[in-house]
Design a protein around this ligand. Structure first.
Ligand code: TXA
Ligand code: MG
Length: 324
């Protein structure tokens, strides 16, 4: 059991950054906004802080963590970039893309954070608050999504507090996350492989590479991204996907301008104008809000699969999977 902490909520200003840096340097846990979702940060080189981070999240096993840095120069000290990794970083960093790279021998990240792997997942976030924090701290910050293990990712400070108040030292409130789904993860350990669809659409990555990405199927028994186990993103309420209309007692997660004639217990629309970027930004907050109603189940309308639709459908499929 972790002892109860008083979780400080700070504004995203200079005082907030200064307090966060002090806290991280002392081995503390700080949740901060990125353009994708809120991350729960710890000093990547401090094994004890990383252990407290896993405990705060209640992670059943030690999944490897994404290492956040301020720029590609710093990322080069963590992992080795081949020609494809160079292209992707040049075109898409800072931004919602994580690259899994062969670990450098002198990589200054605790083994616990890497779960003993010889690869490292590196990301340069674009959110101004995350960038300011990374620049001021000057060292790498490991940050999984700032939710209890198994819950949906937080896209606002209130979501972080609902899950982690009393378990972490501080949260910087930078408002809602503009992208709303986690970063796309691409392994550059040979042929570039999509490990997790996310905030950068597959089409954009393939355009930069000039060829299609290889895929890791969700059914692999030893997935390359262990956090991608099927039921990872589960709300408590059951989800019914590709629903045409809500059934008696169901809440409705809608998409697009044409709603079913039957009215639901409660309806939230991911994007009334059918825009996938807007839908991604609303996905986790709408899931949380509908989950809180305690409806019998949540009917989810079909969402197209192109662009950010791939990441949205991936998260919905995981949220709907039976809990392991
Ligand atoms: O948008 C994001 O990526 C957010 C923000 C906070 O940056 N972070 C995030 O972290 O989603 P997390 O811990 O919830 O997901 C990290 C994923 C997990 O599926 C983990 O297994 C995978 O990254 N991962 C980390 N290191 C890896 C490695 N060396 N090889 C393969 N997968 C790795
Ligand atoms: Mg997560």
């Amino acid at each position: 059991m972790t002892a109860e902490l008083s979780t400080r909520v700070m504004k995203a200003d200079m005082a907030g950054t200064t307090a966060a840096v002090r806290c991280l340097a002392a081995g503390g846990l700080v949740a901060f906004p990125t353009e994708t979702v809120y991350g729960l940060g710890a000093d990547a080189g401090n094994g004890e802080a990383v252990a407290r981070l896993y405990a705060a999240k209640g992670r059943p096993q030690f999944n490897p963590l994404i290492v956040h840095v301020a720029g590609i120069e710093h990322a080069r000290a963590l992992g080795r970039f081949d020609a494809n990794a160079e292209k992707l970083a040049a075109a898409l960093w800072p931004g919602p893309l994580t690259l899994v790279l062969p670990k450098q021998a002198q990589c200054a990240v605790s083994d616990l954070a890497l779960a003993g792997l010889d690869s490292v997942a590196a990301r340069v976030p674009a959110h101004p608050v995350a960038r300011e924090l990374l620049k001021t701290f000057g060292k790498a910050i490991v940050a999984p999504s700032a939710n209890r293990s198994g819950h949906v990712s937080p896209t606002g400070a209130a979501h972080v507090l609902a899950d982690l108040r009393g378990r972490i030292d501080m949260v910087i409130d930078g408002g809602a996350c503009p992208v709303g789904v986690e970063s796309t993860i691409v392994a550059c350990l040979g042929e570039p492989t999509l490990l997790r669809p996310g905030g950068v659409a597959r089409e954009e990555i393939e355009r930069v590479l000039g060829h299609p990405l290889a895929d890791v199927s969700m059914s692999e028994t030893a997935p390359l991204a262990p956090g991608m186990l099927a039921s990872h993103y589960a709300p408590r309420t059951k989800l019914r996907l590709d629903a045409e209309k809500p059934l008696e007692g169901e809440a409705l997660l809608a998409f697009g301008p044409s709603l079913p004639a039957q009215s639901a217990h409660a309806t939230l629309n991911l994007s009334p104008r059918g825009d996938l970027i807007e839908a991604a930004a609303n996905l986790f907050s709408h899931l949380r809000a509908l989950d809180a109603l305690g409806a019998q189940s949540i009917a989810v309308m079909k969402v197209p699969i192109d662009g950010l639709g791939e990441a949205i459908n991936d998260r919905l499929a995981r949220a709907a999977a039976p809990k392991s």
